[in-house]
Each structure stands twice: as C-alpha cells, then as structure tokens.
Design a protein around this ligand. Structure first.
Ligand SMILES: [Zn+2]
Ligand SMILES: [Zn+2]
Length: 396
C-alpha cells in the first residue's frame, strides 16, 4: 500500500512469531513488547481483547475481574473451557494467555474495580481497556481516567450491535457526558439499596453473541494499539456498529459542561518510599505537612467505617474498611444479632487514636492516591503510594 520505510525490520518467519508485523510500516514490536495494558473485565469482550493482545505480543497485561466462570460464559469466551467452571475468570484467562503466547507477562487482579484498585495503577499503565457490561464500572473507570489524566477504550455489545469509543480527559466528551437521564435512573436504582452492599442485586443481563464480542473487542484492541504507538485516535467519538444492517458509522458526543467526571487530581506527588503495607497514617500525615502545610489533613475518597457499636449488647468492633465495601449482612452484631451503629471518617487530622495503623489497615490499596488538603493555603496535593509499583506492577 505505502512505501516501505527504511526502519522496517524483516525477520525469519521460521523463528519469529511476530515476523508478519515487521511488514507494517508503523508497527514497533519493541513498543508492543514494552507496553503494559490494563484490561478491566474478563467476560465476552475481555476474552477477545486478551486473545488479541496475546497474539500481538503485548509485553505486560493486567487482567482485572471479580467474577467466576459458569457454563453460560462458554458460548462467548474463547479462553475458557468447560473444566474451568467455578474458577476465577482472571486465573483461567491468564493461563490461556500464557499458552497463546509465552512471551506475554500476565498479572491477575481479582476484586471490585469500583472500590478496590489503587488509583495509581491506572496512572502506570500505557492503556486502559474497559471490557465491561454495566454502567457503574464504566463510570468508575471514566472518573479514574479523568482523575489521573489518561485515556481509556470502552466497548459495549448487545445482540448484533456494538459501540467502540476512546475517552480522553480534556479531549471531547467523556463517558459520563454520554449518559442520559435514563442511564442515571438505572444507576440510582441499583444504588438505592438503603444500606451498604448490593451483593444481591443481579447484574442486568444483556444478550450478546461471540460475533459482536469479536468485532468490538478487535476494534478496542486496535485503539489500544494506536494509543501505545502514540497514533491518532478520535476521543469523544463512537464507532457504532449495526450488525443487522451492516452499517458502521462514527458519531460525536457533545461535551456536558455540568459533567461530574471532569475532575483531575493535581498535582499528584509520587512517593517512591511509601507503600500501603509499610507506611502508617502518621507517617503519611507528616509527609503531607512537609509537602503542603502544617495544617494539612488527609482525606480519603470515601467514608471509612472505623468501628461498629452494637446497640443491644454494647460491644464495640474495630472495622477500618471502606463503607462501600461492607456487606449488608455485616450490619448485624455477630454476638447477639442486634443492630450495629457505624462510626466513620474520611478525614485524618492527627488527633486520631489509630494513627499508627498502616495504610493497608485503613483499606487503602497498593498504589492508592490520598488527598492532602490545607485549609489555610486553600490547596490540595495528591499523595501516591508509588513505592507499591515495584511489587504491584511486577509481572511473572
Ligand atoms: Zn464528561
Ligand atoms: Zn450485640
């Protein structure tokens, strides 16, 4: 098609699995090999994206998912086998990715992406690919991506329809800009549960096919490939694929001025010596005061339940977990079954009794980012537990 640039490297097809890519003028296998891509969701889309990333020889892949495999996944998941029933999706997917291409380093992360992954993780990957089936998780990824100022690639499928889009903070509409009143109603409905967890709320099941998963995931992978090569993408625009009529078109979303997602954390201060398992609250507060002001306080991104107090038997229980991560059944007292009252906080000012707790014991994840705020200076900085990078982003 185009002229062959001089930089092209043609290798031996017998000994190099990436031989063919060498003919693509812009393809840099070195870039691909050194890239780290975070794939959120290991369902129908995630399977296809992971397969493609493995075939291309992406050097480092983080697979994030909270789910386990059931038989109904087998019709749309190229990486899963019948014998995988009951296994964590991340484990089976990682195993098959390694089989497809042993060059690829894989790290699995099993948890709830909405509350449990350190924000800094998103900052230290080269591309974020969302392979999600619900609005809440998309909204979370979208807000994280804005907060740390990184693009992400979204994919969505339903029957023979598909959508692929890149969202880039500050460049065009973001995912939340695209939400309608109905979308918010659906999200609120799922969050309207009076107390804590929503473990009993079923995921809205959307009918999907392996073909639309392949098509959309293939395009998502291509967008990720462009991102790692610093090639042009079209943020804030969607590729709409209608498999019934074979129409494919792009559409641009308007930016919503009132959008709640447009918040960047600035400046983020990378603390190379701080980790979730070694740094205490007191130490982090000291750092905050050195870096910002003497009156700095630490602020967490959500309420942390410190204790639960039984209204019936009077027993007090230390909890130290994000409220969003508590389950509904935990409101009952384990001693007497009575109702427990929660004490919570999202701010640490140095007067607390629990200052010697390490951050992990405050439910802060590895590579977490914690706000330090000074009232007198009317300023905030964001402290990243960058020391966790060494262990968290270590691949095998
Ligand atoms: Zn927006
Ligand atoms: Zn009790």
């Amino acid at each position: 098609m185009s002229e062959t640039p001089e930089t092209i490297v043609i290798t031996d097809p017998d000994s190099d699995r990436y031989h063919t890519f060498g003919y693509i003028s812009w393809w840099q296998q070195e870039v691909v090999r050194n890239a780290t891509i975070l794939v959120v969701g290991a369902g129908a889309l995630g399977n296809e994206v992971l397969k493609n990333l493995a075939l291309m020889g992406i050097g480092n892949i983080i697979i994030a998912d909270f789910d386990t495999i059931e038989d109904s996944n087998l019709s749309r998941s190229v990486l899963f086998r019948a014998s995988d029933r009951g296994r964590r999706k991340v484990d089976a997917a990682a195993e098959r990715v390694k089989e497809l291409n042993p060059d690829v380093n894989v790290k699995t992360w099993h948890g709830n992406i909405n509350f449990e992954m350190g924000l800094g993780v998103f900052r230290h990957v080269d591309a974020i690919v969302g392979c999600l089936d619900n609005r809440e998780a998309r909204l979370s990824i979208n807000r994280f991506s804005w907060q740390i100022n990184r693009p992400w690639v979204d994919g969505a499928i339903q029957e023979l329809m598909g959508i692929v889009r890149v969202f880039w903070p500050g460049q065009g509409a973001c995912y939340e800009c695209t939400l309608t009143d109905l979308d918010y109603q659906i999200i609120n409905l799922r969050y309207s549960c009076p107390l804590l967890a929503r473990q009993n709320i079923l995921q809205g099941k959307v009918p999907t096919t392996p073909t639309s998963a392949s098509i959309v995931a293939a395009m998502q992978t291509q967008e990720a490939l462009k991102l790692i090569h610093d090639m042009e993408v079209q943020p804030g625009k969607a590729v709409m694929i209608n498999g019934l009529t074979n129409d494919i078109y792009t559409t641009e979303y308007p930016v919503k001025e009132s959008c709640m997602s447009h918040a960047m954390l600035e400046p983020i201060v990378a603390l190379d010596g701080a980790t979730a398992v070694s740094t205490t609250l007191a130490e982090l507060l000291t750092i905050a005061r050195e870096q910002l002001a003497d009156d700095a306080v630490l602020e967490f991104d959500g309420e942390i339940v410190t204790t639960m107090h039984c209204l019936d038997c009077g027993e007090e229980f230390p909890i130290f977990r994000k409220m969003a991560r508590l389950y509904e059944n935990e409101s009952a007292c384990p001693n007497c079954g009575g109702r427990r009252e929660m004490s919570m906080t999202h701010r640490v000012d140095g007067s607390e009794e629990f200052l010697n707790r390490i951050l992990a014991e405050m439910d802060v994840p590895p590579l977490g980012i914690i706000r330090a705020r000074s009232v007198s200076k009317k300023e905030s900085i964001y402290l990243e537990l960058t020391g966790d990078k060494e262990t968290f982003l270590k691949f095998d």
